[in-house]
Design a protein around this ligand. Structure first.
Ligand code: SF4
Length: 370
């Protein structure tokens, strides 16, 4: 169903070049100085490539012809190949990318009234094995590079109409971002730096299933923190999220408190409503108690079913009762609007395992093979 146009998009000569989108300013400066060039050229290149989105060196008019040619030999500007784009009836777009070695990941663009959010993937598959997550059924194949994370953004951004731009980034796609910290935090540096893509750090959110020792890296990066909570006690949480056996709930919450103290920010607690597992009124009360113990807001996410999940979405009555109980108690709570469900682009529904790919459904616009 998904047509992969080519098996790999990197040639041997590209592989021996430096991948531009992996580099920060200091590294590019060093690479240039090491080749006898002026340091300030790095800033010029970043301005052309990230600021102006000019990727043909011969069009960089303030660089000499000789330098243009040298840069074309030194720097590889290959982006992940966008293979397909699927558009939901609600405007959500899901993109399938080939990372150059036929490994596939998905990204999702979610429009709302005042923002355009891109949900990024950080790994091909995921080893965290959260029981309710489609990606978790696909074991980790490999971690993405920073350039491949930035590349998802650039490919989507380059295709938007002039008046539109991506306002927010969330690391909530395929993979556990803190299982790939080097690439994720390097990409965040590229996203927020003035020499890079110049996005506010406060518009970048890293969501973790709970790799507690690495939460301080989120704090240090200046990004916002979201935690996939989903269980109000260790028994339930360990059942649906194996990581809880390693870093139990109280350790996770304490790491959140430290983050909030140091960042002067709130943490988002994401809570998936699974019928008969996490959706009782008592669960809502326990969730309120947890939310009171850490500066936070709660996102409740009614489960989005996927093939073979084994869990069910609660009915609207149960979802409303849960939500109302939290509001009655005074919890800062939002019910996450489900977006892109008809194209399996909703939360927890991403997967690129060929055996687990979604079948097209009625009312979904035809998929575009790019
Ligand atoms: S919810 Fe996130 S961490 Fe858990 S399996 Fe899915 S992708 Fe991995």
């Amino acid at each position: 169903m998904f047509g992969v146009r080519s098996k790999g998009c990197y040639t041997l000569s590209q592989m021996s070049r430096l991948s531009f989108y992996n580099l920060n300013l200091q590294e590019l400066e060093q690479a240039l100085v090491g080749r006898g060039k002026e340091k300030f050229r790095a800033q010029q290149l970043f301005r052309w490539i990230y600021g102006q989105r000019v990727t043909d060196f011969s069009q960089m008019t303030n660089l000499s012809k000789v330098f243009q040619g040298e840069m074309a030999e030194l720097l590889d500007l290959t982006l992940p190949e966008m293979v397909t784009e699927r558009i939901s009836s609600d405007g959500t777009r899901k993109y399938l990318f080939n990372m150059g070695d036929s490994q596939l990941v998905e990204s999702v663009l979610i429009p709302s009234d005042d923002r355009l959010t891109l949900c990024l993937s950080s790994e091909v598959g995921c080893n965290m094995a959260c029981q309710f997550c489609y990606t978790g059924k696909q074991k980790l194949k490999r971690r993405l590079t920073a350039g491949q994370i930035v590349g998802q953004f650039l490919q989507v951004s380059d295709r938007l109409p002039e008046a539109q731009r991506i306002t927010n980034l969330v690391f909530m796609g395929m993979g556990e971002p803190l299982d790939n910290p080097e690439a994720v935090f390097r990409s965040i540096e590229i996203f927020h730096s003035t020499w890079g893509l110049n996005l506010s750090r406060k518009r970048i959110t890293v969501s973790t299933s709970g790799i507690v020792p690495l939460i301080p890296l989120v704090t240090a990066s200046g990004a916002r923190l979201a935690v996939s909570l989903n269980g109000v006690n260790d028994e339930v949480r360990s059942q649906i999220m194996p990581i809880n056996k390693k870093w139990p709930l109280e350790e996770l919450l304490e790491a959140c408190r430290v983050h909030c103290r140091e960042s002067k920010d709130k943490v988002t607690l994401e809570y998936v409503l699974l019928k008969g597992v996490t959706d009782s009124i008592q669960d809502a009360r326990d969730l309120h108690r947890i939310a009171q113990s850490v500066p936070s807001k709660v996102n409740i996410i009614p489960f989005n079913e996927h093939p073979g999940s084994g869990f069910h979405r609660p009915d609207e009555k149960a979802i409303n009762a849960f939500h109302n109980e939290l509001m009655r108690l005074g919890t800062h709570v939002l019910r996450r609007k489900t977006m892109g469900r008809d194209i399996l682009a909703a939360c927890g529904q991403l997967a690129t395992n060929p055996d687990a790919r979604p079948r097209p459904r009625a009312k979904t616009q035809p998929e575009a093979t790019l």
